[in-house]
Design a protein. Structure first.
Ligand code: NAI
Length: 288
């Protein structure tokens, strides 16, 4: 089934980016937020992001206008009655997501695919809140969604082949490289990334090297665009810690357990770029 109309629920960091990338690839989008003020904030995020794309020559003014015009802003899930695909991007809480999926299930067409952008909740736990879990899967986008080329699809033990294929075609249509993972904590990318990042924190905590040398080692020695501590500051230390918790619960592997320094930094509010300070200081010049 071809996806023409996408409903996005939650227009925060991820939802606004997903709405933008869908609109820029010719889909009709309806974005549902929790209140008119929050819908306005989501619209502001999309407009600012498109303004940056315009500045960088990634889109023309006419494309920007067409993309913005194809997004409708709503505060009512009942408006998703004509969606071919609904993507949920509300906060990472199972109770909220289950409640929302039950409501989406009641209004979306029988043929619609229902997707969650969760990064750490088992997709099957969300799917079971609907009457047709075979039409539910995970669409795990990366931040910023309009820029990052990867889309991880997550199939549960109940996801149908047709649902997966529809989602794959959708992902390719919006310009993503689609990869498919089973419904296990961490999917592919976080499962590989988390022990690596934890290893870097442990190395730094043990005093084996300076943060600059750890980062330079991986940037210059492995050609990574960012070293692991820089990458942690970019992801957000709290976000990484939540991923570690989900992985550790799933696999009970000590490599996934958040190192003590990471826990203390999160407790101290040193969350990385978003809080102004993490392994590096972003408040004035870097590297204080
Ligand atoms: P966020 O907090 O920036 O955005 C969540 C939005 O959902 C808020 O704007 C909020 O007003 C809205 N919302 C809450 N309840 C709602 C409801 N009932 N109806 C409509 N809107 C509602 O969160 P973020 O970072 O965008 O994360 C969303 C999801 O994406 C989470 O499941 C997260 O784990 C996942 N994710 C996050 C990534 C990241 O880098 N932040 C990366 C990949 C996945």
């Amino acid at each position: 089934m071809e996806i023409r109309r996408a409903g996005i629920v939650g227009g925060g960091l991820m939802g606004s980016g997903i709405a933008e990338v869908c609109a820029r690839h010719g889909l009709r989008v309806r974005l549902v937020e929790a209140s008119p003020e929050l819908a306005g904030a989501a619209r502001g995020r999309v407009e600012r992001s498109m303004a940056r794309a315009l500045e960088r020559g990634k889109m023309s003014e006419a494309e920007r206008d067409a993309a913005l015009a194809s997004i409708e802003w709503s505060t009512d899930v009942a408006d998703l009655g004509d969606a071919d695909l609904v993507i949920e991007a509300i906060p990472e809480r199972l109770d909220l997501k289950r409640d929302l999926f039950a409501r989406i299930d009641a209004v979306a067409p029988e043929s619609a695919v229902l997707a969650t952008n969760t990064s750490s909740i088992p997709v099957i736990d969300i799917a079971r809140a609907t009457r047709h879990p075979e039409r539910v899967l995970g669409t795990h986008f990366f931040n910023p969604a309009p820029v990052m080329r990867l889309l991880e699809l997550v199939r549960t033990v109940l996801t149908s082949d047709a649902t997966l294929e529809t989602a794959r075609e959708f992902g390719e249509r919006i310009g993503k490289r689609v990869i498919v993972a089973q419904d296990r904590a961490g999917f592919i990318v976080n499962l590989l990334l988390a022990p690596y990042l934890n290893g870097a924190v442990r190395l730094y905590e043990a005093g084996l090297a300076s943060r600059e040398d750890i980062d330079a080692g991986m940037r210059l020695g492995c050609n990574h665009p960012m070293g692991p501590l820089e990458l942690l500051d970019h992801i957000g230390l709290d976000t990484h810690m939540a991923v570690c918790a989900a992985l550790h619960e799933e696999y009970a592997n000590p490599d996934h357990a958040a190192p003590p320094l990471l826990r203390r930094m999160v407790a101290a509010g040193l969350l990385g770029r978003k809080s102004g300070r993490g392994f590096y200081d972003y408040r004035e010049s870097r590297g204080s």
